[in-house]
Design a protein around this ligand. Structure first.
Ligand SMILES: Nc1nc2c(ncn2[C@@H]2O[C@H](COP(=O)(O)OP(=O)(O)OP(=O)(O)O)[C@@H](O)[C@H]2O)c(=O)[nH]1
Ligand SMILES: [Mg+2]
Length: 372
């Protein structure tokens, strides 16, 4: 076996060098943090020592050798490609490993998807060790803000509706009954017409329950906006065409159980007729993750392009919401936090997601460990 030792600043750097020297079949035998003393023993650089090896015959063979039961976990360099791409590193310092394992357990207990929990732990480890190896004075705020920025790579957030001058945006809210589509439509309409002074149009689609139209109309009268009621896909298309002077048009659709096949087909025909620029799948944050996945599967045919979560005020758990954004890769748009129109709405942010998943005490414990 050929064995080489590398002293590097990050795991991606180690993996690139090992792959180049020893090939994709090389295995990582050990990783530990080390301090390299500079001249006069001052200001030690914090580095990672990685020992890697390759069996002589493996330098040419592509077949994997089965691992003996009970032997330590050996990671092939070729299997760590995803780690390199996302520049996430691993740490095997015992103390640090234990802390990161605890954090992983904590995320699992919160209900965070296993794979996502793993990525979060890798990312946190990488951020902390990169800051340390670059000699940046460590504090929890720095780590927190860097992490929040990097969270974008794994949980997409669309942010607020962006309006380009002269271009009209048509946004449809779809989703199961009672999630808060009409209330949220009213909140968004008020926000954009009153606070942002944009010209807003409203369309209600409800062939069955005239009450839903009345509900939106009541809000619209307070905000001082007209609402058009569409009772057929054709009528809905005409309603959209009529709103040419508006910069923003919101379409409130009526909810039904997603298992109601006829409703889904009908909703689909309305959406096809109206061709909205964005379809916001509106979901209740208190719903279980598995049920949300089911709802998503039914509604995705309507061309869902954003997720909007309501009723965050009714739950302390954001796991379903986070898992949905991670799993579906659909960007999060807004969160609603109560029944008050228009106050109880906020633009989705990574900060809220971070604060749910990772607490100050986790960051402090990691920093204390790294400073040892
Ligand atoms: N606690 C809380 N309640 C909300 C929120 N958003 C909406 N609601 C309430 O949820 C209930 C249903 O809201 P609607 O807006 O009528 O729901 P919908 O999705 O339009 O329902 P359908 O038209 O039947 O499909 C109402 O009592 C709202 O006040 C929120 O963010 N938090
Ligand atoms: Mg409604």
């Amino acid at each position: 076996m050929r064995i080489k030792t590398y002293e590097v600043r990050s795991m991606p750097e180690a993996l690139a060098r090992i792959k180049q020297d020893l090939g994709p079949d090389a295995v990582i035998l050990n990783i530990r943090r080390i301090k390299r003393r500079r001249l006069f023993g001052l200001l030690g650089d914090k580095l990672i020592e990685v020992i890697a090896g390759v069996r002589d015959r493996e330098r040419t063979s592509k077949t994997k050798q089965p691992q003996a039961p009970g032997s330590p976990k050996i990671v092939r360099v070729s299997e760590t490609e995803h780690v390199m791409e996302s520049s996430e590193a691993t740490s095997t310092d015992t103390g640090m490993r234990r802390l990161l394992d605890d954090l992983h357990d904590h995320l699992n207990k919160l209900g965070i998807h296993r794979e996502l929990a793993q990525r979060i732990v890798f990312m946190l480890d990488d951020i902390a060790s990169t800051q340390m190896t670059q000699g940046i004075e460590l504090n929890t705020q720095e780590i927190r803000s860097t992490f929040i920025q990097r969270l974008e790579q794994i949980i997409p957030i669309a942010g607020e509706i962006s309006l380009t001058n002269g271009e009209r945006q048509v946004i449809a809210l779809v989703g199961p009954t009672g999630v808060g589509k009409t209330t949220t439509t009213a909140k968004l309409a008020a926000l954009y017409s009153i606070l942002k002074r944009r010209s807003v149009g409203l369309i209600s689609i409800d062939a069955y329950r005239i009450a839903a139209y009345e509900q939106l109309k009541t809000y619209a009268e307070i905000i001082n906006l007209p609402v058009q009621l569409a009772l057929s896909p054709r009528g809905a298309r005409e309603a959209v065409e009529n709103q040419t002077n508006c910069e923003l048009v919101f379409i409130d659709t009526v909810g039904r159980s997603p298992s109601h096949e006829m409703h889904m087909a009908e909703l689909q025909s309305y959406i096809t007729a109206m061709q909205p620029d964005q379809v916001y799948l509106t979901l209740d944050a208190t719903t279980k993750y598995m049920d949300l996945l089911e709802v998503y599967d039914k509604y995705r045919q309507t061309g869902v392009s954003r997720l909007l979560f309501t009723k965050l005020d009714e739950t302390l758990s954001l796991d379903s919401l986070i898992n949905m954004a991670y799993r579906t890769k659909q960007p999060l748009s807004y969160f609603t936090t109560g029944q008050s129109v228009p106050d109880d709405i906020e633009v989705a942010s990574h900060t809220r997601l971070f604060d749910f998943m990772i607490h100050e005490k986790h960051l402090q414990a990691i920093l204390d460990q790294m400073k040892e």
